[in-house]
Design a protein around this ligand. Sequence first.
Ligand code: FES
Length: 371
Amino acid sequence: MAEENWLDIGSVEEMSQAPLRRIAAGSRELAVSFRDGRFGVVSNACNHVGGPLGEGRLDGEYIVCPWHNWKFHRCSGKGEPGFEEDAVPAYAVKVEGGRVQVDMASATRRTRKPHPAHPLARKIERAPGPIRVAGISTSPMDEANPRFSGSDHLLRHALDSCAAYGAEGRMIRLSELKFRACEGYYSKSAHACTWPCSITQMDESDQLDRVYEALVHWADAIIVATPIRWGAASSLYFKMAERLNCVQNSITIRNQVLIRNKVAGFIVVGGQDNIQGVAGQMLGFFAELGFIFPQFPYVAHSRGWSSEDMERNVEIVRDSKELAEGASMLARRCVDLAAALIAQDQAPVAIERGGRKAHPLEVERAAGETG
Ligand code: FES
């Protein structure tokens, strides 16, 4: 047994002021808790992906990690009931002469009990079969009282035409899914924004997993359709886009490109204008995720600045053979490019530094310095 090595970490008066705090003790980071007159000391680093336990909160005798809510006993370091073998190091602590002391030689072993992997975390392997096209409708809609949506209408044409090009089309309507807004895990730390998405891993009722499944695993091409709202894509589009940060962050922090050999096309329909502004944002965003675009990657329609007659716009879009044909041709361009990309299979599995971020990232520098 290692010789005791008691370290003074502060006065009882000071250390009992906060229920939980993070402190540096020599080269180690500790989470020090105080509850019901008793101190507890465990490692600051969470077993999941290293969240700072000392910056979390107490739930009874458990520390709740601030990143994804895993719990560890504040004195024993053991995981919550059912996950006791998933333990962070715990330290002996004593009070002497009004001072709090930690035996730095007493750390228990860090042990991990594997938590079941989320199905989305499986290896990305294209299943054999025809080219698959996922249509993502972002038009907000009361599903119980549906209305005609021009962007949905054209998306339906695009997907229906896939069969003629030897492809399979499937529609996902965001308005049918119940999913939470991104809660800014990336803003806590780049490493707190995980793949699969932190919310998806924690909340089984969140239905954005269907979009992740389609984008990362199932589809070879996607067509995203949006109405124009105040010169921008729809609120549901942005709600989805924010949740897709985890796909891009995978590239940033793990150098892992989840989207390979995949194509994106867009349908933009509005009453007034700003088609190019909306399409430009969508192109920029999906480029960051790793999608490739066909020549002429979007089809669009808007009624125009002075035409406040949206009933007429509905008629125009519904009756327009040209727009329907345009949507169908967009699907064809996406299918053809996806087939060519899959045949070549030259997409990188990791980002090339000469590209998007030519310099080493700060997170990589930090890892290099501590590693
Ligand atoms: S729960 Fe602690 S890092 Fe995820």
